[in-house]
Design a protein around this ligand. Structure first.
Ligand SMILES: Cc1cc2nc3c(=O)[nH]c(=O)nc-3n(C[C@H](O)[C@H](O)[C@H](O)COP(=O)(O)O)c2cc1C
Length: 153
């Protein structure tokens, strides 16, 4: 089974998690990046850019992916919660996945541990493309728990 990790990260918590757990697996990895990067200033990023995109359902352009995800059987999709769901560049990526026949396992992390965030994310992902086989992975779990989980699937 060919597995690809795809992640988005702004302040690098998700990046650090992915890099740490992938010391164990060495899966191919790609990072999703907005073509016009978000501001480095939290207030501008959170309260202006990200909020606006989420409220207005804007899917921002992302940089061209260096790897074709369609060549994989399974995608492990990692992101931080932004405004109770996934950051909109994840939505842009999912639109590009149209026709993907493998499974996409979803991993999210956030500041507060509200289980609704994962429920929202799964719902919103499926509403972009209900033909893609999204599966719930882990929400706000440790690196060790991710490693255990990935060894079992
Ligand atoms: C734009 C933005 C929106 C966020 N919205 C939420 C939220 O709704 N709930 C929450 O618990 N944390 C929220 N956070 C916090 C992040 O989910 C959390 O810090 C995450 O670990 C950041 O991951 P990263 O370092 O990979 O970007 C938000 C952070 C940003 C920058």
């Amino acid at each position: 089974m060919k597995t690809l990790i795809v992640y988005f990260s702004w302040s690098n918590n998700t990046k650090n998690l992915v890099e740490k757990l992938n010391e164990e697996f060495n899966f191919d990895v790609i990072r999703i990046e907005r073509k016009i990067p978000y501001s480095k200033d939290y207030n501008t990023c959170a309260y202006v850019e990200a909020k606006d995109e989420i409220e207005k359902h804007i899917y921002p352009e992302i940089k061209q992916l260096e790897i074709n995800p369609h060549n994989y059987d399974r995608i492990l999709l990692f992101f931080p919660i932004w405004w109770y769901t996934f950051p909109m560049p994840i939505g842009t990526f999912v639109k590009q996945l149209k026709g993907f026949t493998g499974e996409v396992i979803v991993f999210a992390n956030s500041y507060t541990n509200d289980p609704k965030y994962m429920i929202n994310s799964m719902h919103d992902l499926k509403s972009i493309d209900d033909k893609i086989n999204f599966k719930q992975g882990l929400f706000n779990e440790s690196t060790e728990r991710h490693i255990e989980f990935l060894k079992q699937i």
